[in-house]
Design a protein around this ligand. Structure first.
Ligand SMILES: *[C@@H]1O[C@H](CO)[C@@H](O)[C@H](O)[C@H]1NC(C)=O
Ligand SMILES: *[C@@H]1O[C@H](CO)[C@@H](O)[C@H](O)[C@H]1NC(C)=O
Ligand SMILES: *[C@@H]1O[C@H](CO)[C@@H](O)[C@H](O)[C@H]1NC(C)=O
Ligand SMILES: *[C@@H]1O[C@H](CO)[C@@H](O)[C@H](O)[C@H]1NC(C)=O
Ligand SMILES: *[C@@H]1O[C@H](CO)[C@@H](O)[C@H](O)[C@H]1NC(C)=O
Ligand SMILES: *[C@@H]1O[C@H](CO)[C@@H](O)[C@H](O)[C@H]1NC(C)=O
Ligand SMILES: *[C@@H]1O[C@H](CO)[C@@H](O)[C@H](O)[C@H]1NC(C)=O
Ligand SMILES: *[C@@H]1O[C@H](CO)[C@@H](O)[C@H](O)[C@H]1NC(C)=O
Length: 384
């Protein structure tokens, strides 16, 4: 009896270990998207939920076992019902996600599968690398796919409401936003650059007009729609301006690390090379680890309010003139811009990208549906 019990416990532990792969994928149409292949290429082990019930049955502790949760791009799906499971379970998984996060306002899996764009693979690799570092808990990769691309007004991402107030907007295809520019870096993000992130026809599907920015859990713009104007436009430390379409927690924004606290770029502190090193109160994202007293002055970690402040950097420049966030730039109309998303034309130009019956790994996008997509697209265009 007792032996049987121990055998059972040992088995349960083995099963438990076997479940604790590096990254977790939800069931999502029961398919594996390009993010899965990229994760494997990075040497990560992956667990894919066998059905929706498995995801719904998981506890916070179950989610916390993974280095990262990956919500892949469902091939430019436009239906929010695709991520209803995330919204339904947010009170369970959100507390587990304390690590690096990358939220992507575009559809890299779609552009990898149908157009084999190097930038699409690079974007997935870099984002997966950042979120699966295993620092400070479970990370999250979340592609917004095309869920919000038709919404002209900012709309909250309900599935993320436990983490913060995230607002996104779409209606960006008049013309396409095709000039992408990276405004943050990380030692593990080595693949993506402006050139290959740009000119995807369209590169940007959703932009972030609002997101949590303060404290160690704050987000940074990782990539922007360069020179885009309107709600959400911001200026960056390299004197560029635009609207963030990829945001991250855990990356280092441009200008962070120069030992000058630049509040206009959302910095709370900047201890130069000491940022993020043991004993320093400023993170590698230029956020005070234990709260900010004033720009450049971080709370020490002893207690919350009675602790003595530590000057992080004396040369903070919060008096520096703040450039207006919505400074108007002309957007050059690029000759190659597609007026909108046009699968038929693309499929014709890219005959080799047609799905075949052997193309079984991931396709909810079948060539048979192209007329439907075109009809839907025409409808959407005429209604935008
Ligand atoms: C998008 O997702 C919805 C809900 O999961 C699904 O019903 C629909 O078939 C998907 N559409 C495409 C084009 O993949
Ligand atoms: C790590 O996660 C905890 C729990 O969410 C959070 O309070 C803390 O600020 C995080 N630290 C960093 C450095 O992100
Ligand atoms: C963005 O705007 C700047 C400043 O007006 C300009 O110099 C640059 O060429 C623009 N870049 C693109 C890609 O439109
Ligand atoms: C940005 O512009 C300011 C003032 O126009 C200038 O002093 C600074 O050197 C510029 N920074 C970069 C990175 O080009
Ligand atoms: C940062 O600036 C402070 C104050 O000006 C100075 O004392 C310190 O040596 C600087 N640190 C680095 C790493 O440059
Ligand atoms: C607080 O700071 C001390 C050194 O000042 C360090 O040893 C300790 O690890 C820190 N604790 C946290 C939770 O950061
Ligand atoms: C974008 O469209 C233009 C013409 O409309 C074409 O020349 C170019 O190859 C397309 N780029 C991609 C990445 O599909
Ligand atoms: C979508 O964008 C176009 C062009 O910028 C604009 O004319 C149209 O009014 C927008 N649609 C809505 C619903 O705001």
């Amino acid at each position: 009896m007792r032996a049987a019990h121990y055998a059972y416990v040992a088995l349960a532990m083995l099963v438990d270990l076997a479940l604790a792969e590096d990254v977790l994928f939800p069931h999502m149409h029961g398919l594996k998207y390009s993010e899965y292949d990229q994760a494997i290429k990075l040497g990560l082990t992956a667990h894919v939920c066998k059905d929706e019930d498995e995801w719904y049955s998981m506890t916070t502790a179950d989610f916390a076992k993974y280095k990262a949760i990956v919500i892949p791009d469902c091939l430019c799906n436009t239906s929010l019902s695709t991520i209803q499971f995330l919204d339904d379970t947010k009170r369970v998984w959100s507390p587990a996600v304390t690590g690096n996060m990358v939220l992507i306002g575009t559809d890299p899996s779609f552009h990898a599968k149908w157009f084999d764009l190097p930038g699409a693979y690079a974007m997935m690799q870099d984002a997966l690398s950042l979120v699966s570092m295993g620092k400070n808990g479970t990370g999250m990769y979340f592609s917004l796919s095309c869920y919000y691309q038709s919404n002209a007004a900012p709309m909250p991402i309900e599935a993320l409401s436990e983490i913060g107030n995230f607002q996104v907007r779409g209606n960006l295809s008049h013309p396409c936003l095709n000039n992408a520019h990276l405004v943050a870096k990380s030692s593990v993000m080595t693949s993506l650059n402006d050139d290959i992130a740009s000119n995807w026809n369209c590169s940007v599907h959703e932009v972030f007009s609002e997101y949590p920015r303060s404290g160690p859990g704050g987000f940074e713009a990782l990539a922007i729609a360069l020179n885009a104007t309107g709600i959400g436009a911001r200026s960056f430390a390299d004197n560029t301006s635009g609207i963030p379409y990829i945001i991250a927690r855990g990356a280092t924004p441009l200008g962070c690390g120069n030992n000058i606290t630049e509040t206009e770029y959302n910095e709370e502190c900047d201890d130069g090379a000491a940022n993020g090193t043991p004993g320093d109160l400023c993170s590698s994202s230029c956020k005070c680890l234990h709260g900010m007293i004033a720009p450049g002055i971080c709370r020490s970690n002893i207690t919350s309010s009675s602790s003595s402040p530590t000057q992080s950097s004396t040369r903070f420049t919060n008096s520096r003139a703040i450039r207006p966030a919505n400074r108007v730039f002309g957007i050059a109309r690029q000759p190659g811009n597609e007026p909108a998303f046009r699968p038929i034309e693309w499929a014709t130009r890219n005959p080799s990208r047609h799905a075949t019956s052997s193309d079984s790994d991931c396709s909810t996008f079948s060539p048979l549906w192209l007329p439907l997509w075109a009809a839907r697209n025409a409808f959407r265009l005429s209604n935008d």
